[in-house]
Design a protein. Sequence first.
Length: 237
Amino acid sequence: MSKSDRMISIAVVDDHALFREGLREILEAQDDFEVVGEAGDSDGAVALVERERPDVVLLDVEIPGDDATQTVARMRTISPESQIIILSMYDGPQLLSRLLAAGIRGYLLKSVHRQELVSAVRSVRDEPDRLVLAVSRDSFAQVQGGGSKVVLTDREREILELAAQALSNYQIATRLTLTEATIKRHLHNIFTKLGAVSRIDAVNKALAASLISPRRDQPAPRPRPNTPGLRGQRSFP
């Protein structure tokens, strides 16, 4: 039996059980697909790949545990034949560039249609030299150009400058007459574009790249345990 004739084994990794169930239903509707396991965090994902050595891994970029690039690197070391497709809500060029360098074969936004997902799975298994990317044109252009240019919208710069003043999400939302959910969404986009892991990291990277201006009356911010909105240094806003 040739490689293209046998079943394609797939591992599904996402921290939302309902999303995993939906993916499993879509994949198992295909006669040549077999879901061999699921995981909800980075350690579980690596253990699953080590145990099953799947043909394809569908990996959510925001699972708990290690950074996505570290998780990809661990998987590639354990099972270099497994082809990894990232699933994400965001398509920041810096993150995309890092993941491509780590060895992923595909990057799909979660807004893709089921047929695009099915086609991507078959492509990365059957066509070794092909990358499958479903991202914005702007992100793709920046990756092609080396990913050196990071562009923040006016609203993103405004929010990040307020975050640099140690304002909490609630305080920023009140100042700009927006909801906290909107502020979180903007901060998440900022983190993705900058490849940042915390508010402080995002502010420092933006300052270093001259994307925002430091306040004249204070130095660049440093983390303080009792500063609202900065406690814990979490990966997401």
